[in-house]
Design a protein around this ligand. Structure first.
Ligand code: ZN
Length: 481
């Protein structure tokens, strides 16, 4: 039976993650001659299911022939070291910028897991001593910092536009997704006995006019398109609004002689904010106050940006060619040691501090918040998404009292929320993208919560397109002959 199925030259696509949800992106394309994994992201959920979900695979890792990686966000690449530990032997295809960023992101992900595991073991041990309770089932770290670094040797970098035969019957092409540095939309051409089949993958998809990035490339002549639905039912404010709000917040705070604390994701968002600040300074729109990037990871990632100018848009390239680097200018400092970071508390001048973690759950931003949020002259500037139940979300909601390291603090600082910086296409962008790429057969909607996915589904259906919302672990037959 199985033999017949293969003789009939079937092409199948299985949605392994990020179906009706936004994390754990991973999909399996099976052709008559190969098995190709598209992305291998970490799934984030309750701690109790984190280990289980991220170590349960619907395929044998050693039988995968190629891994195609869209970009360096952990929900797309974060499970690569786990797969390698469990037998994945194939090459990993990505752009060189994605590879360089993955090296830092995967090392950091391993380090955070190691620390988290150590901490959990410690509190479990203490708890058992006192109450003899069952230790929680926490599995272990999926991988270590070293595993993360080592996995980079599997990467095989490709240029945008380079057609590359990755298996006997599949050719891969990356094009610019305009989502983060080095991010790709993907074309997979499957050669079959009687015809060719073309699958497009636009997950994650960026948007027009993001600082430094080229606009997303439209994929054409597709049979099928997989596209994200993160903001399938929402519209973003225009990017220009972010720069204007940033200017206003900085000027208002400097007039009060306060500090501006910006909790920021180390990858892309930090560099975007620095980019806007550098523009505002050159335009004379803000006073020349000191700016501190207080995140070792963001500092290392900024170095990758410096070395990958060729991935940026012409505006950024022009700026750099004229000698004004957006990552190195007067008054911009990258703190190195913890002591340097702590010394910022004693410096009473108005200043801008960018620090991680992005959602204020850990990292150096916590001590800056603790030291600054009780005073009304200061500002907490929110530039990224804050998930439910995080300290960042509590600040966005302007809760009067917030807890940091177990101690209660009054939130008196001004809170400014800039939503316009999202790196994801919104409802209109997604709709336009699908119309422009016009896949002949079907559009698969992934990487979106249920309501956002359904909203995009309804929109596309109304336009006479042919959308489909797969379930997790569902497999569809794309072609048979
Ligand atoms: Zn992403």
């Amino acid at each position: 039976m199985k033999k017949n199925f293969h003789q009939r030259a079937a092409v199948k696509l299985k949605f392994l993650g990020a179906a009706r949800t936004v994390t754990g992106s991973s999909h399996l394309l099976t052709t008559p001659k190969s098995r190709i994994l598209i992305d291998a992201g970490i799934f984030y959920g309750h701690r109790s299911e984190f280990y289980e979900v991220n170590t349960t695979f619907a395929y044998q890792p050693q039988r995968i022939d190629a891994l195609v990686l869209s970009h360096a966000h952990i929900d797309h690449c974060g499970n690569i070291p786990t797969l390698i530990k469990r037998g994945l032997r194939c090459k990993i295809y990505a752009t060189s910028a994605t590879r360089d960023l993955c090296k830092l992101m995967l090392a950091d992900s391993g380090k955070v897991q190691e620390e988290d595991f150590k901490y959990l073991r410690k509190i479990t041990f203490r708890g058992r001593g006192r109450r003899r309770q069952e230790p929680p089932k926490i599995g272990g770290p999926l991988y270590t910092q070293n595993d993360g670094i080592r996995s980079i040797s599997r990467f095989r970098p490709l240029h945008y536009g380079q057609r590359f035969k990755i298996t006997n019957d599949v050719t891969l092409t990356f094009l610019d997704a305009g989502h983060i540095l080095g991010s790709s939309v993907v074309v997979l051409d499957v050669r079959l006995p009687r015809k060719n089949l073309r699958l497009g993958y636009a997950v994650d998809l960026g948007r027009e006019n993001l600082p430094m990035l080229n606009d997303p490339t439209v994929l054409r002549d597709l049979d099928y398109l997989m596209i994200e639905a993160t903001y399938g039912g929402r519209l973003h404010a225009p990017i220009g609004e972010a720069k204007e709000k940033l200017r206003e917040a900085i000027n208002r705070t400097v007039a009060r002689k306060g500090k501006i604390i910006i909790p920021s994701f180390a990858l892309e968002r930090t560099q975007e904010v620095i980019y806007f600040i550098s523009e505002l300074l050159r335009e004379g729109a803000i006073p020349p106050i000191p700016i501190y990037v207080d995140s070792p990871l963001a500092t290392k990632i900024t170095e990758v940006f410096r070395n990958n100018i060729h991935y940026m848009d012409s505006e950024a390239k022009d700026m750099i060619r004229k000698g004004s680097s957006p990552f190195d200018f007067l008054n911009l400092h990258y703190t190195k040691t913890q002591d340097e970071s702590k010394a910022l508390n004693n410096d009473k001048r108005p200043m801008i501090i960018l620090a991680g973690s992005g959602m204020c759950e850990a990292g150096r931003v916590l001590h800056h918040l603790k030291n600054n949020i009780t005073e009304s002259r200061n500002t907490v500037l929110i530039v990224g998404y804050m998930a439910k139940d995080t300290l960042g979300k509590k600040i966005v909601d302007k809760e009067r009292i917030v807890r940091i390291y177990g101690i209660e603090y009054e939130l008196n600082a001004e809170v400014v929320v800039i939503n316009a910086l999202s790196g994801h296409a919104d409802k209109d962008d997604l709709m336009r993208y699908v119309v422009a790429s016009a896949p002949a057969k079907q559009v698969f909607l992934v990487h979106g919560d249920e309501d956002q996915t359904r909203s995009l589904y309804d929109t596309l259906l109304g336009l006479g397109l042919n959308p489909y919302m797969p379930e997790k672990n569902e497999e569809v037959l794309l072609y048979e002959e």
